[in-house]
Structures are given as C-alpha cells and as structure tokens.
Design a protein around this ligand. Structure first.
Ligand code: SF4
Ligand code: FE2
Length: 627
C-alpha cells in the first residue's frame, strides 16, 4: 500500500496543463499569477464599499472612513457579511432539499428512501406519525422545515439536539438562531451603512448567523437528503482523475445539491441509456464527481470522486469529459470558456448558478426525470465529438471506503467494545477508546482548497501526522476528497496510524480518515459531538476534539467556522479570514468569544505549526479532564 503524493498529483496536473496550453486554455494556475500580489486593503479587510460615499480604505493617515467608521468596524462588518453569504448559501441548499421532500411521490422521481429516519425526526419534532401515510408525513415535515426559514417567533427546532449546557450558553449569549432567513437578513441589516460598527455586536451576530446555518439550514439539508436519498452506510469507491474512463462516455457532476446528481446517476445507470452510449461508439457511461455533489453520490451510491475543488478544470483538460453538469456553488465560471477549447458540454441547471458559455438545461423537481435523461443523452451524443489527440487521463486513483454518517459510525464502532448491550447504538464505544487513550482525540478536517496553500498538501500532511499520533480524523467536503485521492480512506491506511488507532481501525474495519459527507454534512459532526457530550456527561468544549479548515476559501467556510466555534469546538484555520486589519476583531475571534461559547479560533498559516497546535490543544483537553 502506497499513498499518492502531492508531487505525483501535481505532475499529473502539469501534464494536463500542457494539453491546455496546446488549445489555448486558461487555468487557475495562470490567473493566480495575474492576481498576485493581492490588494493589501482587501486582504486585511479594511476596504469598505457598503455606501456610495466610499469606497474607503484605512491607512495610518486615514484611520476612519468618511462616515467615521474605524478599521475594527469595517473589518467586523465585512466579516459578518461574509458569514451571512455563507449561511444564506448553505441554508438555501437546505431549503431546496425541503422543497424536493415536499414533492416526494411514490410514483414520481423522488421517493422517501429512509422512512425510519423521517419518522424519527417527526417524533423529535412532536409530529404525530401513527397511522400516517409516509408521503403525507414527508409533506407535512417538509412544510414544517420550510417554516423554520421564516417563522416569526421562536428559535430553531434542531437546537434541542444539543446538550442542555450548550443550549444554555447560546441562550445566555443571545445567539440562539431564530428563523434562518431572519438571521441572514438581520446580518445584512446590521452591516448596512450606519448600523453596527461595534466588533462585539458584529461577532455575536456572526455566531448567530453561523448557527442558523449549522443548526438550521445545513441540518435540514443533511437530514432530509438522508430521508430522500438514503442515510449513508459504508461503501467502497475510488478517487482521483483516473476514475474517468477513456472508453466510456464521461459525465462529471459538480456542485452541491444531490437532487440533480442523484437523478443523473439514476439515468446513467439505465440500460436504455447505456445502450444509447454504445450506439454512439462508447463502451458505457462513467459518472464521476467533483466537490460536494460528488461526496453526496459517493456516500450513497459509491460513485467515484474525480477530484476536489481545484481539480475542476482538470476534468475538462483530460479531453475525455463529454459533459460537466453543475448545480450550485463552487463552480468556476472558467469552465465556460475552458469547455469551448474542448468538445465538453458545460451544462448549468440551476437558476441560482447561471454562467456564460454554458448550455442551460433548467432542472426542477417537477421535470427532474426528463431533464436528467436529456442531460445523459446529450453527453452520449457528444462522445463522437471527442478529439482523440487531446485525450489524456492521468492513471491515478486510490480505493476509498466512504459513507460514515453518524448512524453508520455508531454502528461500526460497536465492533470495538466487548459489545455490552447498554453501550451499543451509542457513542460510548468511541468514548471508551478516547478515555482509555487508545485514541487521543478527534479532528474534524473540513473545507476547501485555496491556491494560497499548496493544494491538498495541508489536508494530507496534517491527516498523516494526526493519525500517526492516534488522533482519528473525520472529514467532509474537499478535505475528504483530498484524503481519498491520497489513499487515506483506504482501510490499508491503518498502517500509517499509531498503534492505538490502528487497532481500532482493525476492530471496527474502518479507514483512519472517515468520510462524513459534504459541507452541509458538518451538521452530522455537530450531532456527533453532542452525542459524545451527552454520553460522557462532559461539556462539548471539554472533549478532546477540534475542527480544522486548513485550505478554506468560501463564505460558506466562514459560516461553518462560526457555528463550529459556537458549538464549543476550537477551530483552526490555515487562511486568514480578512481580519488582520483589526486587532479588536482578531482578539474577539481568537479569545473573546470563548467567554460566550467556550471555544475560539486559531489562525496559523504555517501548516506544521497549525497541526502541532491542534495536537497540543487535544492533549490539554485530555489533561484538563484527567484522562
Ligand atoms: Fe466609507 Fe463609511 Fe461608506 Fe464604508 S460606510 S464606504 S467607511 S463612508
Ligand atoms: Fe462543499
């Protein structure tokens, strides 16, 4: 067993960029050079353009904007706006899923695949389930969930899943999220010209908007996706560009919403469509994925992962991609012009993400089956337009076992205890491993890639170090895909672990880096820590668990960071969230918030140091609880 190194991945990318150069393609590697050095004001968060008296930039000579706002207020407002963007995005994804659930129909495209989970959530929400048709229940629950977005009174229903202590902290700090849309709107209200400029207030609302995401919109997205498409269970798949098949029609799904990718996978598997692909000269159809929509279908169907965020152009550069089909979020507009250099069809499907140089096939729940079929057919028909001289698929892939939803995780970890009846079905076996020291703790590795960090290096190198130190890693999003591409989700990677974690991997038959899903699925991690706290009687903040986004780049990531911190988990960032221009904001985020939520941020761009600090924090937490 051998990991794929970042150097090998880079060599493959360079070979693809040569193809790109032949056809005059642009690439992010080139655009980064053109954009560097970045604007210093933007980098430090001290440029304000929220009113038309500006834009104002803070310098020693000009310490205040025209309205009199100082650097702290400007950085604070920018930070809250950034958070609101992320919370809106995740939550709107969750809303789409609720609408899909509302449209679920036993004779339609979308069915209820996990009725037990739906009933469980209904009971949790106090909804009568007895004698009810499961589709009636689905529609009722979908409507209730949709109400969470705009209810005039009260706070999010999901908050009750948190330990009481955490709920009390949120209440006392006045950061319990009310209606999801309200927290986004309030954030935009607060950041309007002439509203809040006090860092404390802006940070407080940032946590609240983040919680509206993680304990609101994202949780709706995750939980109801499970109800619709099935709760993930361990499943084998493969990762990296080598999963594309030169002899097949290659369809790449990219984006975040499983409503589209599920349907595309469904039809790509249809014998009629496979016959159609063959009639076009291909041997079959291969669907693979990029970014979170890929995580979604990998977790539920074992669909291979072609790559993560910064590999999205690479799939087109293989010259073997018949169609890259996108829904929402993290899609490079660059795919439009890039696809024109090849035969690739760049298919946009959502009114939310419309881009020039794409074929827009509008997708909605009512016409999902028909549109998915049209997309698959279009890809098949495009096979004959391939230019064979441009085809090169790097021969690079790794095996991965994915699908560790909380439900699945609890089940596999039952294997590590002496199976006492009272602990099975709980997080107690995992706690036993942690308290005995067999596992030192856990790190949630999440987030994107960012050219500011050598892509994937931070994810992979940190994970290697963590597992060698007997720290188990749960991963999601592009971080999970980095792990899978490297081979860290192959069960054989247990050999890279310390003796304790290796033993656990063997007993539970798991890889040392556990794929928990897409970015909205970080809500699964919030439930996991809540269960661990309840089962141990500890506070979440006392658990030897930290979060880390070493290569993050999006507004969504900041929203996530805020809810992870607000849930009581220290969070480590490898990229600064444009706050270095304000000492006060820095102080609030890395220290001040601890008084409210018992956790805070650490920002460290030296990845080695970042990892050491996490290990240190985990050991500190162990010492503090005497284990
Ligand atoms: Fe300048 Fe104030 Fe307007 Fe911002 S809100 S652009 S700092 S005048
Ligand atoms: Fe994502």
């Amino acid at each position: 067993f051998k990991l794929t190194t970042v150097e090998e991945m880079e060599a493959a990318t360079n070979r693809l960029l040569e193809t790109g150069a032949k056809v005059g393609a642009d690439a992010w590697q080139i655009r980064v050079k053109n954009q560097t050095p970045h604007c210093k004001f933007g980098e430090q968060g001290i440029c304000c353009r929220i009113c038309a008296m500006g834009p104002c930039r803070i310098t020693p000579k000009a310490p205040r904007g025209i309205c009199g706002c100082d650097a702290h207020g400007i950085v604070g407002r920018n930070y809250l706006k950034f958070t609101a963007g992320g919370a809106a995005t995740h939550s709107d994804h969750g809303r789409e899923i609720c609408h899909t659930l509302y449209a679920a129909d036993p004779n339609g495209a979308y069915k209820v695949k996990d009725p037990d989970k739906l009933i469980r959530i209904a009971k949790e929400w106090g909804v009568e389930t007895e004698g009810k048709d499961i589709y009636d229940l689905a529609h009722e629950m979908a409507e209730l969930a949709l109400m969470e977005y705009g209810k005039p009174f009260g706070v999010q229903r999901w908050l009750k899943r948190a330990p009481e202590h955490t709920q009390k902290l949120w209440h006392d700090a006045e950061i319990e999220p009310r209606a999801i849309d309200r927290e986004v709107a309030t954030s935009l209200h607060m950041t309007h010209m002439g509203c809040s400029s006090k860092p404390e207030a802006l940070v407080r609302q940032s946590l609240r908007a983040g919680l509206a995401d993680g304990w609101g919109g994202s949780m709706c997205g995750t939980e109801f996706s499970d109800v619709l498409f099935g709760t993930p269970k361990p499943i084998d798949t493969e990762a990296n560009l080598g999963v594309m098949n030169a002899e097949n029609v290659n369809i790449v799904v990219h984006g975040h919403d499983p409503s589209l990718s599920e349907m595309v996978c469904e039809y790509a598997d249809d014998p009629e469509m496979i016959a159609y692909a063959k009639s076009m000269g291909a041997k079959g159809i291969t669907v693979s994925g990029v970014c979170c929509t890929s995580n979604e279908v990998a977790m539920r169907r074992g669909i291979p992962m072609a790559g993560n965020f910064l590999q999205q152009e690479n799939v087109v550069l293989t010259g073997a991609c018949e169609a890259i089909v996108v829904d929402v979020q993290c899609i490079f507009p660059a795919l439009g012009p890039l696809s024109k250099c090849f035969h690739t069809k760049f298919i946009t499907t959502s009114p939310i993400a419309q881009m020039p140089d794409s074929d827009y096939i509008r997708f909605d729940v009512g016409t999902a089956a028909e549109k998915a079929k049209q997309i698959v057919k279009t890809a098949c028909e495009n096979f004959k337009n391939r230019k064979p001289e441009l085809v090169y698929i790097p021969d690079m892939k790794q095996k991965a076992t994915v699908g560790y939803s909380l439900e699945a995780l609890v089940k596999v970890l039952d294997g590590v205890t002496n199976s006492q009846v009272d602990v099975t079905g709980t997080t107690k076996p995992l706690l036993e491993c942690v308290t005995s020291g067999v596992i030192r703790g856990a790190v949630a590795m999440v987030g994107c890639n960012n050219p500011k960090v050598r892509p994937d290096t931070a994810h992979i190198e940190m994970m290697k170090k963590l597992i060698a130190n007997d720290i188990v890693v749960v991963a999601s999003g592009c971080s999970a895909q980095a792990a899978a591409k490297a081979g860290l989700m192959d069960k054989a990677a247990k050999d890279l672990c310390g003796a304790g974690l290796k033993r656990v991997c063997e007993l539970a038959d798991i890889p040392p880096v556990l794929h928990m899903g897409s970015c909205v699925d970080i809500s699964r991690m919030m439930i996991l820590v809540s269960e661990l706290a309840k089962d141990s009687g500890l506070k979440i903040s006392q658990l030897p668990v930290v979060g880390c986004a070493p290569e993050w780049m999006s507004e969504k990531a900041v929203s996530i960071g805020n809810y992870v911190v607000a849930t009581g988990i220290d969070t480590f960032l490898g990229v600064d969230p444009y706050v270095s221009g304000s000492s006060e904001m820095g102080e609030w985020l890395t220290n001040g918030v601890r008084d409210w939520v018992e956790a805070a941020y650490t920002v460290e761009t030296d990845i080695d140091k970042l990892c050491d600090k996490m290990i240190e924090r985990i050991e500190e937490k162990r010492t503090a609880i005497g284990i």
